[in-house]
Design a protein around this ligand. Structure first.
Ligand SMILES: NC(=O)c1ccc[n+]([C@@H]2O[C@H](COP(=O)([O-])OP(=O)(O)OC[C@H]3O[C@@H](n4cnc5c(N)ncnc54)[C@H](O)[C@@H]3O)[C@@H](O)[C@H]2O)c1
Length: 291
């Protein structure tokens, strides 16, 4: 199947970026959120990104106008999904919230539409279980910042068909990304690897082995990582990391995924990472300047 129109649900950190790259790839996009102000914030973030791209000569003014012209913001779900070939959900990482959203989507939009979640850890098979189309349900795990990060993890639920996987693989190539396909399992491949490194790095800080900056520098120089585990956590969001760990604990029952005490305390103290409305992340808390 060919995907020409996409509905993106949730205009936050991930949703606005997903909407932007879909529009840049020539797709028609509806960006849906629950309040006008949330939709507007998402649209503003897209405009600002495009303005910077023009300044850096990566895009012309005309191209930017065309991209924005392909994105329509809305607070009406019916309108958002009416003619969409694919619905991509990017609302907060909470199983009940996601299930409620997809239950509310039943009977709306095209029968042939594929439905997807951008979850980082939650079971695709379980979210799909509340829908009428587990064969057409899939995980499309974009990375942050969506506009710049190359990989996409495609997650195949136990009832997702190969046809659905192939349609999404083709879409990710159209978006100029590099897909990997993984089976539905807690933390998939990327989150599982990412949080493992973060947990070991947190234990090293607790034991006084090295500072967060030295650990980050080590990860970059020893292993060629682009960012260290704490820089990554600041970018991903401390609340998002905490949710990843809680969800891994819950789904596997394995105590090795227990969130570090400092992470829980920082989130409780409004250190949510480098994003609007947050005091910052690990670097801000320790008063360290990033390179
Ligand atoms: N932040 C990351 O680095 C990152 C990376 C990969 C995947 N993810 C995943 O992407 C998803 C979204 O994360 P985020 O960081 O963009 O969250 P966010 O909090 O920045 O944005 C979520 C948006 O969803 C909206 N929303 C909430 N309930 C809604 C509903 N019922 N209908 C429509 N909109 C609703 C909110 O108003 C908000 O604008 C999560 O599942 C997260 O795990 C996040």
């Amino acid at each position: 199947m060919t995907i020409q129109e996409v509905a993106v649900v949730g205009a936050g950190t991930m949703g606005h970026g997903i909407a932007q790259i879909c529009a840049q790839a020539g797709l028609q996009v509806r960006l849906y959120d629950t309040k006008e102000e949330f939709v507007q914030t998402g649209l503003n973030r897209i405009s600002n990104f495009l303005k910077k791209s023009i300044e850096r000569k990566k895009m012309t003014e005309e191209e930017s106008v065309e991209v924005l012209g392909r994105i329509k913001g809305t607070i009406h779900l019916d309108e958002a999904v009416r003619s969409a070939d694919l619905v991509i959900e990017a609302i907060p990482e909470n199983m009940n919230l996601k299930k409620e959203f997809f239950k509310g989507l039943l009977g709306k939009g095209k029968e042939s539409a594929l439905w997807a979640s951008n979850t980082s850890t939650l079971s695709i098979t379980e979210i799909a279980s509340v829908t009428d189309r587990p064969d057409k349900f899939i995980g499309i795990h974009f990375f942050n910042p969506v506009q710049l990060m190359k990989p996409i993890e495609i997650i195949k639920g136990i009832l997702t068909t190969d046809e659905t996987v192939e349609a999404i693989r083709a879409l990710t190539l159209q978006l100029q990304k590099t897909p990997i396909v993984v089976k539905d399992s807690p933390g998939f491949a990327s989150t599982r690897l990412g949080v493992e490194l973060f947990l070991e790095a947190s234990r090293m800080v607790e034991e006084g082995v090295a500072s967060i900056k030295d650990i980050d520098t080590g990860a970059k120089l020893f292993y060629g990582h682009k960012m260290g585990p704490f820089e990554t956590c600041d970018l991903v969001g401390l609340d998002a990391r905490l949710n990843n760990l809680k969800s891994l604990m819950e789904s596997t029952g394995n105590p090795k995924w227990a969130p570090p005490l400092l992470l829980k305390q920082l989130v409780a103290s409004s250190y949510l990472g480098d994003k609007p409305g947050s005091k910052g992340g690990y670097y801000a808390y320790f008063g360290i300047t990033k390179d």
